[in-house]
Design a protein around this ligand. Structure first.
Ligand SMILES: C[S@@+](CC[C@H](N)C(=O)[O-])C[C@H]1O[C@@H](n2cnc3c(N)ncnc32)[C@H](O)[C@@H]1O
Length: 284
């Protein structure tokens, strides 16, 4: 039986995979990217209070770098007295090449790109001692939860780690449960990270936010395809028509129809380490 974790990273190491991910994001998020807006509005201000001088940031699994570029542009604007340095870790060559083009959008930031699996460079990165480490939808292919201790060792004593992933039982989680049947392993999910943090006595804050998106009747076929093609790692067209129908019906049942438009809510969860008082649901 194949491994979903290996399949995930292999798919994202291709142009087809990179495109599938971006097409999926275009269905879920507005052009301004609601996820980045939530991060900037709700989380960013808790990350840099009292900080002076240079801020070292690590983005693990940064994809094509679109999100971290937006986040850094926002931070640089909000904190004009700070200097930003970014270490960008990404295993996909396709995405690293995309980010190499994009990084010109943040000329004020000193950027280093690591085209590597995080696991292969973590021992080098520990010495860099970061103020902030981001993991935005990039935990799924981690081999096991021992990675959490390594991530924890990357930050300075007063540094912050931010994980973002789909919440347990969210719309995407339900679809993945169906699509991932038949693999030898499971994706690492936010619940696994929370368990690993608790097992190691690492405290965190958690908050859940809604990503709302809508699909009109005429876009249903294309938009559903984009969602399911990404989640199935490009295998959607190859699954049996019976299963495809079952999954499509599940997706329809998760939407609310109003005036010919299907409205959906995806729940995403943010974990911040160490906990931030102002954010709800501190865990340990
Ligand atoms: C779903 S994408 C998210 C990209 C970006 N953070 C975003 O929010 O758009 C996950 C990314 O993590 C990368 N990735 C997954 N596991 C990784 C690992 N162990 N080391 C480095 N990159 C990894 C994948 O190649 C992929 O580009």
């Amino acid at each position: 039986m194949a491994s979903i974790k290996e399949g995930y990273n292999q798919f994202l190491d291709t142009e087809e995979g990179g495109r599938a991910y971006n097409e999926f994001k275009d269905v879920l998020y507005t052009p301004g990217d609601t996820l980045v807006k939530t991060l900037n509005n709700e989380v960013a201000r808790h990350l840099l209070s009292k900080k002076q001088g240079k801020v070292k940031i690590c983005d693990i699994g940064g994809g094509d770098g679109k999100r971290i570029t937006h986040i850094l542009s926002f931070l640089a604007q909000q904190y004009p007295d700070l200097e930003f340095e970014l270490d960008f870790v990404e295993q996909s060559k396709y995405f690293c090449t995309e980010f190499e083009k994009r990084k010109a959008e943040i000329p004020e930031v000193e950027v280093t790109v690591y085209h590597n699996l995080f696991e292969d460079v973590v021992d080098r990165l520990v010495k860099r001692s970061y103020d902030i480490v981001f993991l935005i939808h990039s935990i799924f292919a981690f081999q096991d939860e021992s990675i959490v201790a390594k991530i924890h060792s990357l930050v300075k004593r007063e540094g912050k780690i931010v994980f973002i992933s789909n919440a347990q039982d969210s719309l995407l989680a339900q679809l993945k449960q169906k699509l991932d049947q038949g693999y030898a392993d499971k994706r690492t999910e936010i619940g696994d990270i929370k368990k690993a943090l608790s097992a190691q006595g690492i405290k965190y804050s958690s908050f859940i936010f809604d990503t709302k998106f809508c699909i009109s009747q005429e876009d249903i076929e294309t938009s559903f395809y984009k969602i399911l093609n990404w989640l199935s790692l490009g295998r959607y067209q190859r699954i049996s028509s019976e299963k495809a129908k079952e999954i499509k019906n599940l997706l329809i049942s998760l939407g609310e129809e109003k005036d010919g438009v299907l409205n959906f809510t995806e729940q995403e969860e943010v974990l911040i380490i160490p906990p931030v008082k102002q954010l709800v649901n501190a865990g340990s």
